[in-house]
Design a protein around this ligand. Structure first.
Ligand code: DC
Length: 219
């Protein structure tokens, strides 16, 4: 079968992960969550007291991080130095640390290489911030999902509220800070990729978004 790739980029809470997973399931192809890769580097730095704001310190430990992405029963697992850390990387703290560590070009280059290698060999839906613009600019199908900030904060809050003691105001403030950092970094920032189909999901249901995305792909 011919290998093809679908990219879905967008800010936090735009619905890209939920849609990317559903599209992959419908088409029976792999879903690659690139945010989990940045989160894994951030997690390692946190566990080893490495300052994610220090490019020198982070670059210095990259060689010590043996990172693997494994798909087990359709679920992506992140393995760092032999330990499955998948269950520990979805906190608000790790979200912000991942955004900060992702500004460092050496981190990006290492992860981008891994992402390209995976996408070269298998059909997959890849979601992130720079996938259609930088990682896989030649992908067959490219999407950019967005939604207004209040709606995105509400979605993130619903995801987090059972796991952490937070408020919607706090979630919104952190989300805006993270989006700003992800959009303003010098290397491969969050942008609308050239040729991407842009979808504002603010007033759309999950089913409507999925139908629109699959409709574009079938065409
Ligand atoms: O998608 P996510 O929330 O799991 O991503 C966490 C952080 O990782 C995000 O704030 C910025 C960074 N990231 C990135 O820079 N490039 C990607 N392709 C994916 C994530």
């Amino acid at each position: 079968m011919r290998v093809y790739n679908i990219t879905i980029d967008g800010p936090c809470g735009s619905g890209k992960t939920t849609i990317a997973k559903a599209v992959a399931e419908k088409l029976n192809i792999t879903y690659l969550d690139t945010g989990a890769m940045y989160r894994s580097i951030a997690y390692y730095c946190k566990e080893h007291n490495i300052d994610v704001n220090s490019e020198t310190d982070v670059k210095g430990v990259l060689k010590d991080i043996d990172l693997h992405v494994e798909q087990i029963d359709g679920i992506q697992h992140m393995i760092v130095n032999g330990e499955d850390i998948t269950g520990s990387i979805r906190t608000q703290e790790i979200s912000m640390l991942a955004s900060t560590v992702s500004k460092i070009p050496a981190v990006r280059l290492r992860l981008v290489d891994m992402q390209r290698e995976i996408a070269r060999n298998i059909c997959c839906v890849v979601d992130g911030r720079d996938i259609g613009s930088y990682v896989l600019p030649e992908a067959e199908y490219k999407f950019y999902l967005t939604a207004d900030a209040d709606e995105r904060a509400k979605r993130r809050y619903l995801e987090l509220k059972d796991k952490s003691n937070t408020t919607i105001e706090k979630v919104k403030a952190e989300m805006i800070a993270r989006d700003e950092q992800d959009s303003k970094r010098a290397f491969a920032p969050l942008v609308v990729p050239k040729g991407a189909f842009v979808l504002d999901t603010t007033n759309l249901s999950f089913d409507e978004v999925l139908e629109m995305v699959l409709g574009k792909i079938k065409k």
